[in-house]
Ligand binder design. Structure first.
Ligand SMILES: [Zn+2]
Length: 158
């Protein structure tokens, strides 16, 4: 089980996606409406480790004793390496939606057919792939070409 939970600042959208793919419960500030994002990040979701690229926000968070980690690189692969300092393990776990952070589940046959149709995808994907489904945003996941690219990318990071 993955225990660490995160909230990412505006600069770390790609990293948030990789954390979700790896099973970590991860929020992204871009998914919220906040007039002052720094204040929001400092005051909300105190049970989560704040990930930021902004040194000033990092210093402020330290001052209010908020758990925070400062990323240095602009490159997501490098950021993933930096997070190893926290013991984060990057891997592909079909557990959490990379778009909205909701938990995924296996769809029933009927649901799968309905969603494939909705999204203009061929029906035979049901036979060709294992499918996962996000009930919240209705995204469908399968082990296709995108998956292979993700595996390749992870190998590069390791
Ligand atoms: Zn979703």
């Amino acid at each position: 089980m993955v225990e660490m939970k995160f909230i990412c600042d505006r600069m770390l959208g790609k990293l948030a996606v990789w954390l979700r793919i790896s099973g970590y419960d991860t929020l992204y500030i871009g998914d919220f409406y906040a007039e002052d994002e720094d204040e929001f990040l400092l005051r909300s979701f105190g049970d989560r480790i704040l990930l930021t690229k902004d040194r000033r926000l990092y210093e402020k968070a330290k001052k209010v004793k908020r758990e925070v980690f400062l990323l240095r690189s602009n490159d997501v692969a490098e950021q993933m390496k930096e997070l190893k300092a926290l013991g984060v393990k990057f891997q592909i776990i079909m557990d959490r939606c990379s778009v909205c952070n909701s938990l995924l589940r296996r769809p029933s046959r009927e649901e799968a057919l309905m969603v494939l149709k909705e999204q203009g995808l061929p029906e035979d994907m049901l036979e060709r792939y294992e499918l996962w489904f996000c009930e919240n945003c209705r995204k469908l996941y399968w082990m296709g070409g995108h998956w292979i690219n993700m595996v390749r990318f992870l190998r590069k990071v390791e």
